[in-house]
Design a protein around this ligand. Structure first.
Ligand code: FAD
Length: 316
């Protein structure tokens, strides 16, 4: 495989980017389920392209055919836009050969970084079907990607840059926060190059998490995950998807003041996220990762309020 693929000059092996001490700004998308949703996503992408993000990431579904759509969207973004896509990859319900095949396809498509995740057992998994086959935790997947890199099966001499998930407020399955951090450390020791966090709404949780990582010797860059709230319904859904996330009282008070006015709710949510970003940059955050929900308006408004035209303005 090596040498077969043309590596474009824009191919960004993210660990090198962090070496230059430049902040990343990135956006997250999910694969659309209908042609109409795909149209809306690509409308948003056209708007977001001009913001020149460092990379964009594409989530990975729970199982079955929904999983191929991540690959297809990643390749489409890579080949038809100026964006540098990073696929999310979960190891739940995958065996070793599935993972090898997926890595080979991404390497052949010139994808330079991967977000390695464990995933969760799909709710509709048929009884008797094993969820954990060759991999039990994300650390096992990281080790497999690192091995793939070491065997020089990627066209880039250093292989895939590897990101993993971090949880400033902890992961719901491990209530013991000290043990949970040991598990994060295991992912970094297995070969992860940087961390992207779960969404959070109080920056103090992020700063404390970053300090605790430093104390246990996790010294890779930590990118902050920021989700602008755009509706009350969306906020409730987020609380369900990111179990354990704390919605601070001042945010809830502002939401209550906005009452039943959807535009006021949206303004409150976007303002909150903007203030989070500003404060994080003031505190030297390595990167900002915006959960876009496949829309462009909130992200554009955040850039406008931060006083920049594109990600270059947020880089340092
Ligand atoms: C930035 C980000 C992006 C995400 N994208 C997706 C996506 O695209 N698709 C998707 O399905 N999900 C996604 N998720 C959700 C993620 O898959 C779930 O949160 C999942 O429950 C944990 O994945 P992980 O990679 O953090 O797992 P791990 O790091 O493996 O941790 C999972 C749990 O196991 C514990 N643990 C780890 N190692 C051990 C061990 N050796 N012994 C005992 N316990 C251990 C951890 O403390 C933790 O509680 C994303 C999460 C984040 C933060």
């Amino acid at each position: 495989m090596r040498g077969r693929v043309y590596i474009s000059p824009s191919l960004m092996y993210l660990p090198d980017h962090f070496q230059s001490r430049k902040r990343t700004v990135s956006f997250e998308f999910f694969p659309p389920k209908t042609p109409q949703a795909a149209g809306e996503l690509f409308d948003a992408i056209r708007q977001l392209e001009s913001l020149r993000p460092s990379f964009v990431s594409v989530t990975y579904g729970a199982g079955g055919s929904t999983r191929d759509v991540t690959h297809d969207l990643v390749v489409r973004l890579k080949t038809t836009t100026a964006l540098d896509p990073i696929p999310h990859l979960t190891c739940v319900c995958h065996n070793e050969s599935d993972i090898q095949r997926i890595l080979e396809r991404y390497a052949a498509a010139g994808i330079s970084n991967i977000l390695a995740l464990r995933g969760d057992v799909p709710r509709d998994l048929p009884a008797g079907t094993p969820a954990w086959i060759d991999f039990r935790y994300a650390a096992n997947l990281v080790a497999a990607i690192r091995k793939f890199n070491d065997l020089k099966r990627h066209p880039h001499p250093k292989g895939f840059g590897i990101a993993v998930a971090g949880y400033p407020e902890g992961h719901a399955e491990t209530p013991n926060r000290m043990v949970e951090l040991d598990h994060l450390k295991a992912k970094v020791e297995a070969g992860a190059d940087f961390i992207i966090t779960q969404l959070f709404f109080d920056n103090r949780d992020f700063y404390d998490f970053r300090a605790r990582c430093e104390l246990i010797g996790v010294r890779v860059p930590i990118i902050a995950g920021i989700m602008p709230i755009t509706s009350v319904q969306g906020m409730k859904r987020m609380a369900e998807l990111s179990l354990g996330s704390r919605f601070p009282a001042p945010l809830l008070r502002a939401m209550a003041r906005a009452g039943n006015d959807p535009e006021a709710v949206r303004r409150v949510g976007v303002h909150w996220a903007t203030e989070q970003c500003r404060d994080l940059m003031d505190h030297g955050v390595a990167g900002l990762h915006l959960y876009t929900l496949n829309r462009s308006t909130a992200t554009q408004e955040i850039y406008n309020s931060l006083g920049v035209k594109d990600s270059e303005g947020l880089a340092y």
